[in-house]
Design a protein around this ligand. Sequence first.
Ligand code: NAD
Length: 498
Amino acid sequence: MSEKFQNYINGEWVDAVSGETFENRNPANWDEVVGIFPSSDERDVARAAAAAKEAKEKWAELTVTERAKILGKAGDIMVEKKEEISRLMTREMGKILKETMGDTQEGIDTAFYAYGEARRLYGITTPSELNDKITYTTVKPIGVAGLITPWNFPMAIPCWKSFPALLVGNSVVFKPASDTPATATMLVRIFEEAGMPRGVVNLVHGTGGKVGEAIIKHPDIGVISFTGSSAVGSRIAEVAGKSLKRVSLELGGKNPEIVMDDADLELALEGVLWGAFGTTGQRCTATSRLILHEPIYNKFIEMLRERTKQLRLGNGLDESTDVGPVINEAQMTKIMNYIEIGKNEGAKLILGGKRYVKGECRKGWFIEPTIFIDVNPQMRIAQEEIFGPVLSVLKAKDLDEAVKIANNVVYGLSSSIYTTNLRNAMKAVEKLEAGITYVNAPTIGAECHLPFGGVKNTGNGHREGGRWAYEIFSEIKTVYIDYSGKLQKAQIDVDTNK
Ligand code: NAD
């Protein structure tokens, strides 16, 4: 019998109002049901939002260090359960255990960052333009935060959102991706075990169309923090814009790695293998374009083909596996379609391109690591986010052209350059249109205390990570205290032009 999971509303584990359920299966072995989950709708969201609204005042009245104590305890429990969480995550979304352990660790780091941040929720003080007057700012919660997350980082991303939201004093309605509801449930159970008061954290499982839409439209939810595709992000901005909700959007990418002829080619090769095929290419920061400097084009492609051939596909719980499955059948079909598009556009397929069905892999959604060369910057496989193990290789005659190609997409999340020439490195850092640039490192590898997010269609200007994430969930109050005992008039009593 598969384990049956529930929503978590007002401190209780409950079924969906409809009584309906959905199954969550292992993408490495579709016969294996990870769990049965409630298929919720707007009625469940209404209950969760009411509970969160009711709980938010008491939660905000606690001191920030009291809230931090509970969040720190949650971090301690995550440390104890790190392997259990990570194994479950591999079963439900496929990436290899080493990577799911890293995903969980990012959640733990975020928890302890939040614990420390309790003593650093700084405002500013600045001189007033008038005498005998003090001016400063303080941070207040917004109220109820709606958190909507994707499946590719099932622990890290919910932690990036929930810990800052909660530390500032918001209550939460959390909707995880329906491909990763079990890891999300683990996180909420951890909050419960850590002593979270009832109603402060609420979990509602289900589809984006029903649960997600109900969250973004709910009048009592004041801020939406969303990570996912640009198409859904744009829809959320449109709906939330009507009610003037604050919205933070972390969206797609088409991240380039540039390799110059002066680079350490072995290092650049390690970088692209990890960047393009780690998490089976299903990272928002995955290296999906490799831009090679002309003098090393042929040589590097040969090195890349040889090493990529050696990657082993399989179940992520098997220690010898390098690359796991893609998330589900629909995603597999989408990626296979892109491979056809690449062939039809005239790019040259030099490796992979097929579904992988050897041995046990026939039970899951595996795609061979795939490389297209001679890709033209205008081709769809060079422009659109594929979100799978497909790498497009392009040629550039110099750094200026490489940067031009890199910037020639609607996205701007991560980017990378391999070079031993300081001038090349600094020029790339300056010119690449991306929220993140790595030098001599792959396009992936974010650390939780630094800002994370992108430019152009990758988002709407917010950043997660570090202290920047706290801004999303905070209202700023500006305070003026006048102790002069008389009416003082700003801009009128003092004429700074004279
Ligand atoms: P998705 O946009 O399909 O879904 C993300 C979440 O939104 C899910 O929980 C889904 O159920 C929900 N959703 C779907 N339709 C909705 C609607 N109409 N209203 C409200 N919620 C809705 O994305 P995905 O397939 O889960 O994840 C892959 C995408 O996420 C990729 O584009 C990837 O680049 C992006 N991503 C971005 C970052 C980042 O930080 N920039 C990180 C990870 C993933």
